[in-house]
Design a binder for this molecule. Structure first.
Ligand code: G3H
Ligand code: 13P
Ligand code: NA
Ligand code: ZN
Length: 328
């Protein structure tokens, strides 16, 4: 059944687990996530970016999720708009049947330039008024995602700030979070702690210098009733990087957020863990491998099934590691 993000994350807070929020764009990704959730008895957050709706087409995306809910009637599912760049995008998502929206007012409507605090407050409060009137949850964002190593947003797909950011922009301030939550009424808050979107997050295995997991506890103490969200939470598995490179892929040396650091984050108060890149890596790696090993094959379902299986195994690992298994 479709439930709101608030309903799901209240349960997660009560039972001390975190929920992976996987990005979806097509049927194979929806299949992979739902299979893993069914196998582990986990609640599900399917999130779609504005780009995903554009890629699949609004009606296709909506019906994919309706099909998932019809196929798995016993699993709670949240359908969440990821990184809404304006109130208009959030309203479109609500009309499309989403049960949760993110108003990302940390950036201007171009989704690149850091926005000032007043703009963020204003648009986020506006979306909360509209969404809450129809039972839809709202995620806001305070602070800019980006690398504490370089000050770069690290994005590669149009989401994220352009140019270099200062350290104070790259770490969410607990006192500011308290004011933001009080003024907007958000159900969930995305925080900046050194993670960034995409495959190139860290040039080395992250330590406390470049990944501020301890900051989560301070923010959680300041806003105990608001659910914290870790964006840029892909782990960038070295195994998938190796498989991609073995089959002609050109990915540089890079490191993601280790699963054990995410688990530590969940212990400090993170409830929603956004993952897109890991599924992209697993699927493209599996497709490269399948196409290279079965060279006479031309039925695309073979490579796509391998991709689905790889993504599903990864989702299963995250559901289990985050304490989500058995919570549906
Ligand atoms: O946060 C960004 C997600 O990875 C979505 O990326 O805009 O390419 O769909 P996208
Ligand atoms: P990754 O690029 O680390 O998967 O982050 C995804 C994300 O934060 C989507 O909002
Ligand atoms: Na989001
Ligand atoms: Zn994000």
């Amino acid at each position: 059944a479709l439930i709101s993000l608030r309903q799901l994350l209240d349960h997660a807070a009560e039972h001390d687990y975190g929920v992976p929020a996987f990005n979806v764009n097509n049927m194979e990704q929806v299949h992979a996530i739902m299979q893993a959730a069914q196998a582990t008895g986990s609640p599900v957050i399917l999130q779609a970016s504005a780009g995903a709706r554009q890629y699949a087409g609004e009606a296709y995306l909506r019906h994919l999720v309706l099909a998932a809910i019809e196929t798995h009637p016993d699993l709670p599912v949240v359908l969440h708009q990821d990184h809404g760049a304006s109130p208009a995008v959030c309203v479109q998502a609500i009309r499309s049947g989403f049960s949760s929206v993110m108003m990302d007012g940390s950036l201007r409507e171009d989704a690149k330039t850091p926005a000032d605090h007043d703009y963020n407050l204003h648009v986020t409060a506006e979306v909360c008024r509209i969404a809450h009137a129809v039972g839809v949850s709202v995620e806001g964002e305070l602070g800019c995602l980006g690398s504490l190593e370089t000050g770069e947003a690290g994005e590669e797909d149009g989401v994220g700030a352009a140019g270099r950011l200062r350290r104070d922009q790259l770490l969410t301030d607990p006192a500011e979070a308290r004011g933001f939550v009080a003024a907007t009424g958000v159900d969930a808050l995305a925080i900046a702690i050194g993670t960034s979107h995409g495959a190139y997050k860290f040039s080395r295995r992250p330590d406390g210098e470049i990944l501020a997991i301890d900051r989560i506890a301070e923010i959680h103490a300041a806003v105990p009733d608001t659910h914290l969200v870790m964006h840029g939470a892909s782990s960038v598995p070295q195994e998938w990087l190796a498989i991609i490179r073995e089959h002609g892929g050109e990915l540089r040396e890079t490191y993601g957020v280790p699963v054990e650091e995410i688990v530590r984050g969940i212990r400090h108060g993170v409830r929603k863990v956004n993952i897109d890149t890991d599924i992209r890596l697993a699927m493209s790696g599996a497709m490269r491998q399948a196409l290279a090993t079965s060279r006479a094959e031309f039925d695309p379902r073979k490579a796509l099934a391998a991709a689905t299986q790889a993504a599903s195994a990864l989702c299963r690992e995250r559901f289990e590691a985050f304490g989500c298994a058995g919570m549906a």
